[in-house]
Design a protein around this ligand. Structure first.
Ligand code: FES
Length: 224
């Protein structure tokens, strides 16, 4: 499942990046100060105007976003309203849609279903299946079931933590590699086993990890 950034148009490239705009404005102010020794009034007025335009745009986008989230959540709730255990079914539908359960969607679900947000997070965190962060472009899953554990899955997990700079359940900051652990995947004869983008690798050694990560990074470079 690929993560879908929540944008009003559904197009991830339409996501807003306020920090980029802020940096450009700050740069403009710093440049003016360096040049003149102070910030001329026409420049500060121009910056204020740009900020107002930006704020207005953000308000409009947020409004559309709220409407989209509300509509989607209402559809899910309507579909499962009278079913027993509907919270889990709705969370499945949300995760299928986004690849994870975004916080703003969980908040809307809490309102729509009349269930406390804390209860929703209780369910999300109880079931390993649900994710709170968007998944990475690639997935590395280490089996930590009994057979794999006895064959050294702990060392593989430590190596991945070191190599990726993240821990289980996290995604690298560039959102390329998501790393997690699971209980037995049913390939105990191949222990210790690691699943990389759906492909099961058996008898994995600590020294293999770097090569697997390099291969994933190379795929990223090819895709870029
Ligand atoms: S314990 Fe890892 S595959 Fe069974």
């Amino acid at each position: 499942m690929k993560a879908n950034a929540i944008t009003p148009s559904g197009d991830p490239s339409a996501a807003v990046h306020p920090h980029e705009d802020e940096s450009a404005l700050i740069e403009m102010l710093e440049k003016a100060e360096q040049e003149h020794g102070y910030i001329p009034r026409e420049i500060s007025e121009e910056v204020a105007r740009l900020l107002e335009v930006k704020l207005e745009r953000l308000r409009r986008i947020q409004g559309k976003l709220d409407t989209t989230i509300r509509r989607d959540v209402q559809q899910h709730v309507e579909r499962w309203r009278n079913e027993e255990g509907n919270l889990i079914m709705i969370l499945h539908a949300i995760q299928n849609q986004h690849g994870y359960v975004p916080r703003e969607v969980a908040m809307e679900l809490s309102r729509e279903l009349g269930v406390k947000l804390a209860r929703i997070y209780e369910v999300i965190t109880f079931y390993h299946y649900f994710k709170l962060q968007p998944p990475g472009a690639h997935n590395v899953t280490v089996c930590n079931g009994t057979a794999c554990y006895l064959k050294g899955s702990g060392d593989l997990i430590n190596e991945l933590r070191t190599q990726l700079g993240i821990t289980e359940g996290q995604t690298t900051p560039d959102r390329q590699i998501h790393f997690e652990t699971v209980r037995c995947i049913g390939c105990c004869g191949m222990a210790p086993a690691v699943v990389i983008d759906g492909k099961t690798c058996g008898h994995v050694k600590t020294s293999d990890i770097a090569g697997h990560i390099e291969a994933l990074k190379a795929r990223k470079e090819t895709a870029a």
